[in-house]
Unconditional design. Sequence first.
Length: 502
Amino acid sequence: MKLALLMIVKDEEANVGRAIESVKDIVDEIVVVDTGSVDQTPDIAEKLGANVHHFKWTGDYSAARNACLEKAGADWVLWLDADEMISKTDHAKIKELINQDDVDGYYLIQRNYCHGLGRDDWTKAEGEYPDMELSHAGFTQNPALRLFRRVKGIKWEGSVRENVEPDDTSTRWVTTAAEVVCHHYGYAGAPAGLIEKRKMHIDLAREKAGAKKKDPQSWFELGTMLFEAGEWEECIKPFTRAFKLDSNYLEAMYYVAMSYFELGKMQEAWDALEKLLKREPSHAGGFVVLAGIERLHENFDDALAFYDKAIAARPDLFSAWYNKATLLLTLDKADEASECFEKTLALMPDFMPAMFGQWQNNIFNARFDRANDEMLKWLKSFPELKENLIEAVKAFISQEKYDLVSKAFGPLIEVIDNAESYMAYGTAQLAQGNVDEAEESLIKAIKRDGSLNDARLNLAQIQEIYRNDPGAALALYEIVLQYDPENEFCLKKVSELGNEQG
């Protein structure tokens, strides 16, 4: 059996070559339809042996895919997007699959590499495909019909999230799942590009749902896209419609409950959960939302009980472990919280809120060595954590937790290397009488940001009180007044020291 690789592309010069190269050894022809590239995409594809055809983009993915399908002559089709690849590990499986006489199509495992970002369907990358996983921490997965026989009348339908099947219902069309992974990198791209792509897909999904008003799947897909975009209010109607059209779409009620929860409408969330749990009494995600509602009402024991129910139903449910950890942290149950944070990070190693939560749990319970060792390790891979630490040290200073700042930030302050953090740390050292350390840190703060008057004011106090150098103190007070001419304390000090100097 001969196999064709089919693709539609536009401005994919950074990706198209890798996609083609990943399967070039097992395909007999390569057909690429370009929908309006202005970069080198068509040239790259042609150099790799592709037959490139041009198609005017109409906003309809199925139309473009069908135009591509018409150009193929092979018995079987493998469909890839430009930001996807197949590992050579699975080449032999594909060759075996297309020689099966009793199957016409295969759902491959589409593995979407992405940051965890708190998703319950996220899975940690464990090195199963080292050539494909690269530096990605994990992925989500879904079935995708990407390998199929080119039977008579086969075509795609739907402008987005398209379906492929023969137009004649009497044509045999047997599909099944296959243990072949299609590695997708589109969700790991720059946020701006993802937002633009998501907006386009939502618009197309609206058109599809409008054209198929009685199709629950179309409404569910629209709701899912809106939910993923954070459009909580807007996604409720399509999810509700999907459930009304077909009550088997139970997951729609879960998303409705989640959306109402995000909107702060707890009674509506509870009502949606009742519909869900009546039909599926052990829905783990539903228990997590119930726990969140109880937590907002300060029914903490009930909230913990619901988190435990969620974990019993699904031991790998990230959101249950993380939310339970944060609740235990607020309840000052250090050991239990630590176990939950550890489990959270085992499930989602790149989830920075869990790292910060574990650090807080450790410092609040005087486990400073462990807190510092872990945070220094995390900062090497996740420098964004510095922003959390900066806000934390500022908050602790405002609460006059000087000893906590000294112990929690001593080993971290040079790594954070931030003006406000140096000022806060210097303030804590001064409050504890550690004048040399305070002076060193405050000088670093001013060198990085000369507008930090509080740091300069503390330095002036050090010169006046501890160094017995009124001249140096006077000079610093005068600079403070350049930034804050109405500062009464400095005006008084300048007058006093000026008279003494005079």
